[in-house]
Structure formats: C-alpha cells, structure tokens
Design a protein around this ligand. Structure first.
Ligand SMILES: NC(=O)c1ccc[n+]([C@@H]2O[C@H](COP(=O)([O-])OP(=O)(O)OC[C@H]3O[C@@H](n4cnc5c(N)ncnc54)[C@H](O)[C@@H]3O)[C@@H](O)[C@H]2O)c1
Length: 405
C-alpha cells in the first residue's frame, strides 16, 4: 500500500452482512463521503447522522435519500443535532465518517476508537499540536484494537499519483533533493451573519476563517500539498522549517484571523529540502503542482490536469487510467473492514497535519521551528467545553511579536 501507515499486529475481525454507517458533519465533503461509502459496499446502510445544525443535516439527508432510497434509513430518532451529536451517532453504528471542521477531529476520533468503530476521517486531523498528540495516541489504540482508520488525504488514492510516487520511491529520479509544492488558489465561501446567531455560531458557520476551528488555510487546504511533500520524502518528518506569511487582501474583520498566503521551507536531516507556497487570493495565478527534484531527474505532478511526467536520465510518463480518488479511498476502507485487514493511516495523517501546523507556527511567530518543538507545542486553540455564546479568541498573529507556545 502506498500509504500503509502503522502495521496492525492484531488483525481485526472480518465483518460480514449489513454494515451500519454513521456520518458526523453533513456538509459538502461529508455528504460526498457518505455517497462513496454507500457505493463502496452493497451492504452499507447509512444508519445515523449528526451535525451541529439541523438545516445542514436535513439538506444533506434529502440529497442522499434521493440518490440511495432505502439504503438511507434514518428516522428522526437517529438524527442528532448539537455539539454532542457525535456521541449519539457513535452509539448507533459500526463505521463512522467524520467530516466536521478539523477542530473537533481529535475528540471525535478518540470517542469512536474507544467505542470500537472503524473510521474514515477527513483531513486535516487537528488544529494544534495538542490535537495531533491526541490523534497519535488514538491511532495507536486503533492499531491495538485492529480497527481500520482511513484518512481523507485523497491524492494518496489517485492512480496517477500512486504511479509517479512509486517511481520516485524506487529511485526513478535518483535521490530526492528538493520537493516544491504549490496550492495557489482564490478565496472561498462566506456566510452572512443572521440576527439570531451568537458569536460562536457565526464563527462555526464561517469556520474556515478562524485558526482555532480550521487551523488556517495552510492546514485546511494546502495540507494536501504538504502531504504530498511528505509522501515524496517517504513520510520521514522534516527536522525544521522556516516560514513567512501574512494577510494582504484578507484585511476585513469578516475574514477572521487566518492569513491569505504562506511560504514554507522544510529541511530534512539528509540535507534535502521541501518548499510549500500557498495562497487564497482572488485574481492571482492559480496552480496546484508538485515538482520533485532528484539527483537524476525531475518528477512533475499535476493533479488538476492529470499529468505525471519524469524528465531526466530515465524519462517516463503515466498513461494508465484515471480514477475517482474519493471512491477508491472508501473502496479500500470497506475492503479492509470486510477482510479484517485493519488499514491504519493514523500516524501519517497526523504527521502531515503537524508539518502544515509547523509551517503555520513558524509563519505566525517569525521563528525557525523544529519538528520536536512543533510536536511538543503547548498551544491549545480549542476550548475545554464547546457551547454557543461568546466566540473563540481570534488574534491576528504578527511575525516577530507573536510568541511560540
Ligand atoms: N479531502 C478533500 O478533498 C476535502 C475537500 C473538502 C473538504 N475537506 C475537509 O472536510 C471537512 C469538512 O469540510 P466541508 O467542505 O464539508 O465543510 P462544510 O462547512 O460544508 O461542512 C462541515 C459540516 O460540519 C458541521 N459541523 C460543524 N461542527 C460540528 C460538530 N461539532 N459536530 C457535528 N457537525 C459539525 C457543519 O454544520 C457542516 O454541516 C474539513 O476538514 C475539510 O478540510 C476535504
């Protein structure tokens, strides 16, 4: 497997017959993930759903019912709303899909693995190192229990990507010296404030723009590119990084406290480097590319255009079929649940998330940050108890002034 993660010493029990699946976080991605789970295995039944908001839950459910009919069996008593919805969905199902904003992931994941569920969870898996450490511990527990834990780092499931990263790992460009990843795009959606919303509801409806809920766009979106840098480096963590970033066009209060651009230079113990550029600025050049520079060639990975090319001593080009990577993720997860094979991507998804967070920490503080510092960071962005009322603190970080915690 190209994304093997932890090997599971205890095989899980093979599962036959109907599988009751739950979805927590019924937004765009969660609804998509539920469809992919239903398509992955004929005996999957969508059995329970949870969301913070009833309106999001109902609109997702009506679309799913329209497409899958009786395989979506969710009477009122198995629909749950609010901050505790995840606990109630967990009680109802065998497999759970998590697609809430990332701030909730560590808490949700821990509860699901504690309750012996197989899990699919979207990236990123945390917004701070406190959450990453929790997910690393949860991933270990899943391994001990023989439970499957699959991540939403979807490019790892794309055929062209698998082929070219495989070539790179087999020495197709010699030693990997430098990886350059870009995620350059425009701004995203915004929800206008309603009169009856508390500050917390407003932030949660517009979660992308609050570092405490999304992790900032380097973690929420560009983490895909960070993940591919990590993939090129065989998931060996970098030793340190130095980053810059800021908000040039995202200056209004409605954009919360996240930045609109980052540039990060990662360094590995073997002297190789990785460079990430990401931005969300309308009207600027768009690009989502990875260029892997080796001692004997360069690999070009263009996921959006579906082009995978190696230039150098041994030229190569991928000309195999494309695939729906989101579907493949679920096909492989459900195959592992059926066989008892227990796929576990927990450690790698936690490390890719931490590499993105380390870039944010460096950009926010203006300091060089080591992997060890990032992993042991005491910054805690999420509250002990989530409730509607006052919003979360949303300071705008200033490099050179903001302290590393
Ligand atoms: N792999 C990918 O390509 C990909 C693509 C898009 C999004 N994502 C990830 O998926 C996740 C969701 O993104 P989205 O675009 O679907 O966002 P979204 O805003 O459309 O959906 C999030 C849903 O979660 C709900 N929610 C918020 N807090 C909750 C809580 N505590 N408990 C239950 N429900 C809660 C919201 O009400 C909303 O319905 C994010 O982590 C995002 O980064 C991944």
């Amino acid at each position: 497997m190209p994304f093997a993660g932890l090997a599971s010493p205890l095989a899980g029990k093979p599962m036959a017959g109907p599988l009751r699946v739950g979805l927590v976080g019924c937004g765009g991605r969660g609804t998509g993930a539920a469809m992919q789970a239903l398509n992955a295995d004929k005996e999957v039944i969508l059995w329970s759903v949870g969301d913070l908001f009833a309106d999001r839950l109902e609109s997702s459910l009506s679309g799913l019912k329209e497409n899958f009919g009786d395989r979506v069996q969710i009477p009122e008593e198995r629909r749950f709303v609010g901050f505790d919805a995840y606990k109630k969905v967990i009680e109802q199902v065998d497999v759970i899909l998590f697609a809430t904003p990332p701030a909730f992931r560590p808490m949700h994941l821990a509860a699901a693995i504690e309750a012996d569920l197989h899990v699919f969870c979207e990236k990123p898996i945390a917004v701070d190192a406190h959450g990453v450490r929790s997910v690393l511990a949860t991933a270990k527990l899943a391994q001990e229990k023989g439970l499957s834990l699959a991540s939403g780092f979807c490019w790892r499931a794309a055929n062209g990507h698998r082929a070219i990263y495989n070539k790179v790992h087999q020495g197709g460009i010699g030693d990997v010296r430098h990886v350059y990843g870009t995620y350059l795009g425009g701004g995203l959606w915004y929800k206008k404030r309603q009169e009856n919303w508390t500050d917390m509801e407003y932030q949660l409806r517009n979660w992308l723009y609050y570092t405490a809920i999304s992790g900032d766009h380097i973690a929420e979106q560009a983490v895909h590119s960070v993940d591919k840098i990590m993939w090129a480096k065989n998931d060996v963590p970098p030793v340190s990084c130095t980053a810059i970033g800021g908000r040039e066009v995202r200056t209004e209060e409605k954009w919360g406290n996240i930045y609109d651009h980052f540039g990060v230079m990662y360094e590995w113990a073997d002297g190789s480097m990785g460079h990430l550029q990401c931005r969300q600025q309308n009207g600027a050049h768009s690009e989502n590319l990875d260029r892997i520079l080796g001692s004997n060639g360069v690999a070009y990975v263009d996921g959006w255009a579906g082009k995978f090319i190696i230039k150098g001593d041994t030229p190569w080009q991928y000309d195999g079929p494309g695939n729906n990577m989101y579907q493949t993720e679920h096909d492989e997860l459900f195959a592992s649940i059926r066989s008892g094979g227990a796929m576990n991507q927990g450690q790698d998804m936690a490390h890719s998330t931490l590499a993105a967070l380390m870039g944010r920490m460096s950009a926010y503080t203006g300091q060089r940050i080591t992997w060890e510092q990032a992993l042991n960071s005491e910054e805690r962005l999420t509250p002990d108890k989530w409730e509607f009322g006052p919003g979360l603190p949303a300071p705008i970080s200033k490099p050179g002034q903001t302290k590393f915690l």
